[in-house]
Design a protein around this ligand. Structure first.
Ligand code: HEM
Ligand code: CU
Length: 760
């Protein structure tokens, strides 16, 4: 059995040392060669003086970009620490018995892994990205409260140290033990990492004597204060510090997400703080909040998940914000459905507070209460799905550039879909009762917390690296790294979904031998993720000194698709001032994104659509008429050969309150074909892929045909059913082609005429 403290301590020390050595070496190499003589005393003193001023600058800075980098560095370090825990967990699972660490160590590992990753990795990195780019995106000079910003950050390192003090004291104890007798250093040998699970469930968390638990509670409390302070700062900045011309209607989507995230944090974290204090009192002052005679252990679960579920939205909303911001840049198209994404984000913010008890379906809570939580938990999938549809539609017909950020965005959508859908399954009470205690849950949430969340962090690092450092990283290595992490995540967490589906319990160091092969696959996948993280780190560090300097003010060629957003405008200005660069101008411009053309209010989009519709209505109606005539041919044939019952037309008549006659229905059908569907087509035409109208017609018609197939179904079966479906589809295609081709023809004719008019 290995000693956990020594192994983890050594792993972390090696990691930290390699980073330091790498950094120093590259920095040394990047200096101009000296003249070959000895280093003089003055030179050494100069170096030391420089070091001093750099240290005091980083310790006292209140500049949002500096603090952003501090947050990112801190979050990355915590992520690596939590990652070492993860590697150790997966290593234990290579074999069925607990033969690498003891089960107790395994419990400690998953406890600290969870807490470190959720609290000290994800949010700090997102706060860092927010700190760096959000003021640039909204045209603010800095965050609203620069000093509070610095305080918010500097609360985090002591919080992390308190939470993970157990390991440090253990390592220290074992080192001291080499020279001192065990007696003299008893304290150092009694502290242990906390092993009660990251959810800190009572009564275990109340009864376990380990004093490290108290330190951990205090550390978490401190981190909660840090988060609240940061959240207040983001909200104030977004509300009050927006620059000229930045309104709610054109606020970038990342800032919207940071706003909602901060709003949720503001309501959720104080509650966690109170719960932690209650637990601390129960442990130390004999209060009975969570004792059976008091509120009971269930009270802890309510308090914990009332924070815990909103917390998962706090964690993943910034990732969706980054996705909505970065994805369009690499497909050359404007973000589809900006307003829908904003509304769905706001919706998630509210709903996230109404689902906490889905973590408690296996408790004895009242079934009627559970049922309502089930309903809301299923409903919460809707706003998430809206985002996914909008991202996919954004890619449609785009000019995809297969860069590292794009690969990560695409991979992130993939993991998010699977992670989200498995969440909807779990939200169903009978399913959750079966799977609550299994690896299925682990697979579900890791596809999000090791899917879209870190993918988008890394995508952001690649996307903004030139802006932050003025240099390029190794883009080939980046693409490889992106593929590697997407691949590794799927291998690991899809495997966990499978073994969870088979019923393997989670949070166990020991498991039945028949699962060994699957567990080994998951472990290999885990190592691949670890390797890709190291590759990323290497690339980021080395490129800072070795990367090719950026030689244009538009490194991603964003001007060509009119997506040169504010942060890059800031960058351009910066490069012009510092290096006398000329602004880069693209050869061609595609008007796919023009913030100034955005509607003036969130509801203003309706106006633009109405305008398009009224301007082109007659052409669409003509197209609709042609389409309906073509379609009627197909439908009449279907009626003649007996696969479509004409009586079903009478239902249309009934629907609008007219006598149920097939003839009246048919007339209404004709009118609908000429009016309703063409208008709908027009309303969407700005968004439907525009170039290939032929295909667009087919897609549109296929969508309508599914509704028709359901509405007009009269119980056909066997061959008649197949014939029914075929005729429905073919007639609709005839309609779609007729509609769009006629429309296209009339429209190009009109364009031609206006052009000649303009010329003459
Ligand atoms: C479509 C949206 C989602 C739904 C419907 C959903 C649903 C659920 C449900 C019902 C559970 C309880 C499983 C159980 O313990 O038996 C669960 C667990 C969990 N989910 Fe989600 N989820 C969603 C999104 C997310 C997101 C975005 C994250 C993370 C950022 C996340 C992280 C977690 C975590 C950490 C747990 C495990 C808690 C534990 O340790 O017991 N979920 N989810
Ligand atoms: Cu939840």
């Amino acid at each position: 059995m290995l000693n956990r403290a020594i192994v983890e301590g050594t792993a972390l020390a090696v990691l930290a040392l390699s980073v330091l050595l790498l950094w120093l070496r590259e920095r040394q190499k990047a200096r101009p060669e000296s003249d070959g003589g000895y280093t003089t005393r003055e030179e050494i003193e100069f170096e030391i003086g420089r070091l001093q001023s750099e240290v005091s600058r980083w310790l006292t800075t209140t500049d949002h970009r500096d603090i952003g980098l501090l947050y990112i560095a801190f979050g990355t370090a915590a992520g690596l620490w939590g990652g070492v825990d993860a590697m150790m967990l997966r290593t234990e699972l290579l074999t069925p018995p607990a033969d690498i660490w003891t089960p107790e160590t395994y419990n400690a590992l998953f406890t600290t892994h969870g807490l470190t990753m959720l609290i000290f990795f994800v949010l700090p990195v997102f706060f860092g990205i927010g700190n760096y780019v959000l003021p640039l995106l909204i045209g603010a000079d800095d965050m609203a409260f620069p000093r509070v910003n610095a305080i918010g950050f500097w609360l985090l390192p002591p919080a992390l140290i308190m939470v993970r003090m157990g390991l440090m004291i253990q390592v220290l104890g074992q080192v001291l033990n080499l020279v001192l007798p065990a007696n003299a250093i008893r304290f150092f040998l009694t502290m242990r990492e906390v092993s009660i699970g990251w959810t800190l469930y009572a009564p275990l968390s109340v009864q376990q004597p380990n004093p490290q638990i108290d330190l951990l509670l205090l550390g978490l409390h401190l981190s909660g204060i840090a988060t609240t302070v940061g959240a207040i700062n983001f909200i104030t900045t977004i509300v009050y510090e927006r620059g000229e011309g930045v309104t709610w209607a054109n606020l970038d989507i990342f800032s919207w997400n940071m706003l909602v995230t901060s709003g949720i944090a503001l309501f959720a974290f104080p509650l966690l703080g109170s719960a932690l204090v209650m637990l601390l009192l129960d442990r130390n002052l004999a209060t009975t909040f969570f004792a059976t005679e008091g509120g009971g252990a269930i009270l802890w679960q309510h308090l914990f998940w009332f924070w815990g579920h909103p917390e998962v939205y706090i964690l993943f909303l910034p990732a969706t914000g980054l996705m909505s911001l970065i994805l369009p840049k690499f497909v050359g198209r404007k973000l589809f459905g900006y307003q829908f994404i904003v509304y769905s984000t706001l919706g998630l913010g509210v709903l996230s507070f109404g689902v906490w008890a889905h973590h408690m379906f296996t408790t004895s809570a009242d079934p009627r209460v559970k049922l309502s939580f089930m309903a809301v938990s299923i409903a919460i999938a809707v706003p998430s799905a809206i985002k996914v549809f909008n991202w996919i539609t954004t890619m449609w017909e785009g000019n995809i550039r297969l860069t590292a950020p794009f690969i990560l965005c695409a991979g992130g959508i993939g993991t998010f879909i699977i992670g989200g859908v498995t969440g909807v399954f779990l939200a169903v009470i009978p399913i959750d009762i079966l799977y609550h205690g299994t690896y299925y849950v682990v697979g579900h949430f890791h596809l999000i917390v090791v899917g879209i969340i870190p993918f988008l962090m890394i995508a952001a690092s690649y996307y903004w690296y030139p802006l932050i450092t003025g240099r390029w990283y190794d883009t080939r290595m980046a693409r490889f790294q992106a593929l590697l992490i997407v691949f590794g995540s799927f291998v690991t967490f899809m495997t966990l979904l499978v073994i969870g589906g088979l019923g393997l319990p989670r949070r166990q160091a020991i498991y039945p031998p028949e699962y060994q092969f699957a567990q080994q696959i998951a472990t290999v996948g885990g190592y691949i993720i670890g390797l890709s993280a190291l590759l990323w780190l290497y690339n980021m560090l080395v490129s800072y000194w070795r990367g090719t300097p950026v030689s244009t003010t538009d490194p991603w060629g964003l001007k060509a698709t009119s997506q040169f957003t504010r942060e890059w405008q800031w960058f351009e200005q910066h490069m012009m001032n510092k290096y006398d660069m000329e602004p880069t101008e693209p050869e061609t411009t595609r008007r796919s994104y023009a913030p100034e053309a955005e509607p003036t209010g969130l509801a203003g989009g309706v106006g633009t659509v109405a305008e398009t519709v009224s301007r082109n209505a007659w052409m669409a109606a003509a197209g609709g008429f042609v389409g309906t005539v073509l379609m009627s041919g197909g439908l009449i044939t279907a009626i003649l050969i007996g696969v479509l019952d004409p009586v079903s037309f009478s239902e249309i008549a009934e629907l609008v309150g007219l006598p149920a006659s097939p003839a009246i229905g048919a007339v209404l059908f004709l009118v609908g074909g000429t009016v309703t569907w063409p208008l709908l087509f027009l309303a969407f035409s700005d968004y439907l892929p525009g170039r290939l109208l032929f295909e667009t017609g087919l897609v549109f018609a296929t969508l309508i045909s599914s509704g028709f197939a359901i509405a007009f179904y009269t119980g056909q079966s066997g061959l008649a059913f197949v014939g029914y479906l075929t005729f429905v589809l073919v007639s609709h295609w005839a309609y779609g082609i007729g509609l769009t081709v006629t429309f296209q023809y009339l429209k190009s004719d009109e364009t031609l005429r206006t052009q000649t008019d303009g010329g003459g």
